[in-house]
Design a binder for this molecule. Structure first.
Ligand SMILES: [Ca+2]
Ligand SMILES: [Ca+2]
Length: 354
């Protein structure tokens, strides 16, 4: 299996379930254990002041940039010129308290709470059809590189119970909401009158006004000090928490980028509206929205994926290391996980035309 820091696919999970049972695999789900709330997160209220359409957002001026990277992972190639019109984007990842506001207002039930329809997911074992989600469980040691040793599909896990049936979001109100499938993120965004960012919008915003190859934007400063919530130590067995957090952190704990956006790098991966296909074309594009679904030729019984960006608290230098604006990974639309969240955009000019 290719080494990556995204959850197993449903097909891989189905194959792994029997092996895990045979191994008597036991691991402990990671709870966020902050050493200290530092920086602006200590004072962040969890909800933006006001309820206007751009509350909590920053306007990103239109621009042209070099999207992708030639120097890192194959799926980031080719670097090409992309242009995006101006847009508004959330300064923070959507938090638990913000998502709760949506659920309280609408009665919405997430995919992790509903489970999968067996008719639409033929061949999946009943364990993966039941309501639940993927939880990272830190092993004390591993054999080989099979990620089923640290990812478990746990029944009863959802955004309300992010670490297991007996957990809750109490004390995590300002953490990014997780265990959110693409359709859940889209439902929230639409309720707010917004949408999800395209990959180009997200990547442009994550660059914070800088362009070119993105070594400058990793999760560490020039002295090697963490400047984002990632994983320090040896993934998946040793998390030294040099950044202060074992799991998710409250949003806004780390210095914002040049656009004033927090946690674009690290904390949780963020869903975008683009369908995932490895690599980019070399062509110059304006306001790209990704490939058409029909062009992906998704096999019957398989699930297409959306692009996720920015890396997470599980990205380590020895594994994943995708804590850069150009980095990208697929996330299946019918599977949620403990390290994937989102933020919203509003495609509206800064000033209305006279
Ligand atoms: Ca961390
Ligand atoms: Ca993030």
């Amino acid at each position: 299996m290719r080494m990556r820091n995204v959850v197993l696919s449903l097909a891989e999970l189905a194959a792994a379930i029997g092996a895990l049972i045979a191994l008597g695999f036991v691991a402990v789900a990671v709870e966020a254990m902050p050493k200290a709330d530092v920086g602006s997160c200590a004072a962040y209220a969890g909800l933006p002041s006001g309820n206007h359409d751009t509350a909590g957002m920053t306007f990103i001026q239109a621009g042209t940039f070099a999207m992708g990277s030639e120097r890192h992972q194959p799926e980031e190639r080719f670097t090409h010129v992309a242009r995006v019109d101006g847009f508004w984007i959330d300064r923070h990842e959507v938090t638990n308290v913000q998502f709760k506001q949506f659920v309280d207002a609408t009665g919405y039930t997430t995919l992790a709470e509903r489970g999968l329809d067996p008719k639409e997911n033929p061949g999946l074992p009943k364990e993966l059809l039941a309501p639940g989600s993927m939880v990272f469980a830190q092993p004390s040691n591993i054999r080989g590189s099979e990620s089923s040793q640290w990812w478990q599909y746990i029944s009863g896990v959802s955004w309300r119970q992010p670490a297991g049936p007996r957990s809750s979001i109490a004390g995590k109100e300002n953490h990014p909401v997780v265990h959110i499938a693409y359709e859940d993120a889209l439902a929230y965004a639409r309720w707010r009158g917004r949408s999800l960012p395209t990959e180009a919008q997200w990547e442009f915003a994550a660059r914070g006004g800088r362009d070119g190859e993105d070594d400058w934007s990793s999760a560490f400063d020039v002295d090697g000090k963490p400047i984002a919530n990632t994983w320090q130590g040896i993934f998946p067995v040793l998390n030294t928490q040099d950044d202060g957090y074992a799991g998710t952190a409250s949003v806004g704990c780390f210095k914002p980028n040049g656009y004033g956006l927090y946690d674009m790098i690290g904390n949780v991966w963020e869903l975008t509206s683009d369908w995932y296909r490895g690599g980019h074309s070399r062509e110059t594009v304006a306001n790209p929205t990704g490939p058409e679904l029909v062009s992906l030729h998704v096999a019957t019984g398989q699930s297409a994926s959306r692009v996720i960006k920015g890396g997470s608290h599980l990205c380590a230098s020895n594994f994943c290391s995708r804590y850069r604006p150009a980095a990208r990974q697929p996330q299946e639309i019918n599977l949620s996980a403990a390290h994937v969240g989102f933020r919203t955009v509003l495609n509206k000019p800064l000033m209305k035309s006279p």
